[in-house]
Design a protein around this ligand. Sequence first.
Ligand code: ZN
Length: 278
Amino acid sequence: MLSLGFALLLLTAWSCKKSAAEGEKPILLVSIEPQRKMLEELAEPYYSVVTLLPPGSNPETFEPTVAQRMRAAKSQAYFPIGYLPFEEAFSATFEGKAPVIDTAAGIELLSDTHSHGDHDHAVADPHIWSSLRNGKIMAQNMAAALAQLDSVHAQEYRERSAQLSARLDSLDAVAAQAASGAQAFAVWHPSLSYFARDYGLKQIAVGQESKEVSIKELKRIIEEAREDSVRVFFFQREYDSRQADNLNQEIGSRLVVIDPLAYDWDTELIRIADELSR
Ligand SMILES: [Zn+2]
């Protein structure tokens, strides 16, 4: 009993100390986990990076709660993806309080990859982070913003940015090599449009969110996938569809679960490319 009490006391002391130390650091806010990794590689140890989107949430339907807005108000800058539905209204709340950084500046956008119901105009595909090449641009934009926010360490941010760019370039070469044997892949939600563009692949999107797909549409997709000799069918954990299993059998592909919102977004893209090489 005594030792347990002592251990608890130690643990409490340690966690208090830890949170006090963290509390001293200014906070940078990002929308999703892949951005947190990019920004941490550049901004640590000077800043703490906080992700707005809670684990397991869908960025295309997410709405920040009042508590999340209040916590977000304490950050020194906000780094949105730029094209997620909740971001425009959320970014407006920072006006006059903290800078909102255009993380996607310079990225060539794709549109018309998603059918989001009532829109009939071209909508930019928000999944810009599903590309090592886009990730490099995003990181460079982040580093430029950091150099302005904290000019004392500007040189350090520039050096880190150069290192990160070089790292992403070499990962990109690895992914390009791995993906070079494939022509097309199937995916439940079209979250890999930029990845497909980078490596000259055809993305065959099978579903939208968790909605069921009509029999006629399914037949067309299966035919297309067979014609393009699709070997891999990527599926996202957050969607629940029994259709995916059946479809996968019809196509004769291999079902691979992916996590496009993983913190380790870069190694996840390498894994996706690697699955295409097998
Ligand atoms: Zn999407």
